[in-house]
Design a protein around this ligand. Structure first.
Ligand SMILES: Nc1ncnc2c1ncn2[C@@H]1O[C@H](COP(=O)(O)OP(=O)(O)OP(=O)(O)O)[C@@H](O)[C@H]1O
Ligand SMILES: [Mg+2]
Length: 262
C-alpha cells in the first residue's frame, strides 16, 4: 500500500520544497521506496534541491512524449522523482483533464512505492486543492509569522470547504526552539479548529538552520550532506511522526485508489 502525502503551504517560500525533499530522503534512508512528484509545474525546483537534471518531466508525459514510468528519474536511496519541468508557462494553468491524467498515470505505475510525496505550489491554487484532496495526508508547512498563519488558514479552509479534506498535519519550519514551535502550532490549531470542522495533527518542527541554507546552495539535501545535524534529526523525527498519524478513509478520489481507470 502506498501512502500519499501532499506538502502544501499558505504563503510561498516557507520551505515546502526543502521539506518535501528532505522527508523523501529521510524515508528513503530507512529503506522505503519514495516517489517525489513536483507538482509546482513550470516553477519546479525539486530537481534543483536534489542537484539532478531530469531528462524528462511530467510535461513530456502530458505531451504523450513518454509514459509516466519513463518520466521518472532515479535519485538515490529509494528516492525517485517526477519533475514538474521548468519554464513551461502552459503548465502553470493545468486543466482538470491534465490533473486527472497525472493522477491516473501515477496510480497505474507498476512499481513498489511506499510513499508518494507531492510538492505543491503555494496557496490554494487549483492544482494544490486537487492533489491535496487526492492524497491520504495533507501536510501544511508554516513559519511563525502572522502572514504565514493567515495564509495557511486560508489554504486549509479552501481545502476543507471545496474538497472536503479534514485531516491536516502541520510542520512548523524555521523554528527557534521546539517549545516555541509547539506553542505556535497550538495557537494556530485553537483558532483553526474553532471555525472549521477539521483535525490538525502536529508533525513537529524544523529549526532555522544554517546547514539547510548551505545545503540548498550546494544543491544537496541536508539529510545527505549533514545527516548528523539538528535539521536532519528534525526531518527524521517529523517523518516518523507523519507515519503515526491515523488517517480515516474518505470517499474522495485518491492516488492509487482506482487502479486501471482513467
Ligand atoms: N529550516 C530552514 N532553515 C533555514 N532556511 C530554510 C529552512 N527551510 C527553508 N529554508 C530556505 O528557504 C528558502 C525557500 O525554501 P523552499 O524553496 O523550500 O520554499 P517553498 O515553500 O517551496 O517556496 P515556493 O512557495 O516558492 O515553492 C530556501 O532557499 C531555503 O534556503
Ligand atoms: Mg517550492
Amino acid at each position: 500500500m502506498t501512502l500519499s502525502i501532499a506538502v502544501t503551504s499558505g504563503k510561498g517560500g516557507v520551505g515546502k520544497t526543502n521539506t518535501a525533499v528532505n522527508l523523501a530522503v529521510s524515508l528513503g534512508q530507512t529503506g522505503k521506496n519514495i516517489l517525489l512528484f513536483d507538482a509546482d509545474f513550470g516553477l519546479a525546483n525539486v530537481h534543483v534541491l536534489l542537484g539532478t537534471k531530469p531528462s524528462k518531466s511530467v510535461a513530456d508525459f502530458l505531451d504523450s512524449k513518454c509514459s509516466m514510468e519513463e518520466s521518472i528519474t532515479k535519485f538515490r536511496d529509494g528516492v525517485s522523482i517526477i519533475s514538474g519541468g521548468s519554464g513551461l508557462t502552459e503548465l502553470l494553468n493545468l486543466d482538470n483533464r491534465c490533473r486527472h491524467q497525472i493522477l491516473s498515470g501515477i496510480s497505474n505505475l507498476d512499481r513498489d512505492i511506499d510513499y508518494l510525496i507531492v510538492d505543491c505550489p503555494a496557496g490554494a491554487a487549483d492544482s494544490t486543492l486537487f492533489f491535496a484532496s487526492a492524497s491520504n495526508l495533507v501536510v501544511v508547512v508554516l513559519i511563525e509569522e502572522p502572514t504565514s498563519f493567515l495564509d495557511a488558514y486560508a489554504l486549509i479552509k479552501a481545502s476543507n470547504l471545496e474538497t472536503g479534506v479534514k485531516n491536516f498535519a502541520v510542520i512548523v519550519n524555521m523554528a527557534e526552539t521546539k517549545n516555541m514551535a509547539k506553542r505556535s502550532f497550538e495557537k494556530f490549531r485553537d483558532i483553526a479548529m474553532r471555525f472549521l470542522d477539521i483535525n490538525l495533527h502536529y508533525a513537529g518542527m524544523i529549526p532555522q538552520s544554517k546547514d539547510i541554507k548551505h545545503a540548498v546552495a550546494q544543491r544537496t539535501p541536508v539529510t545527505i550532506s549533514r545527516p548528523d545535524s539538528m535539521a536532519s534529526t528534525a526531518f527524521r523525527d517529523v517523518s516518523r511522526n507523519l507515519m503515526t498519524v491515523t488517517i480515516p478513509k474518505t470517499n474522495t478520489l485518491k492516488f492509487f485508489d482506482h487502479m486501471g481507470e482513467e
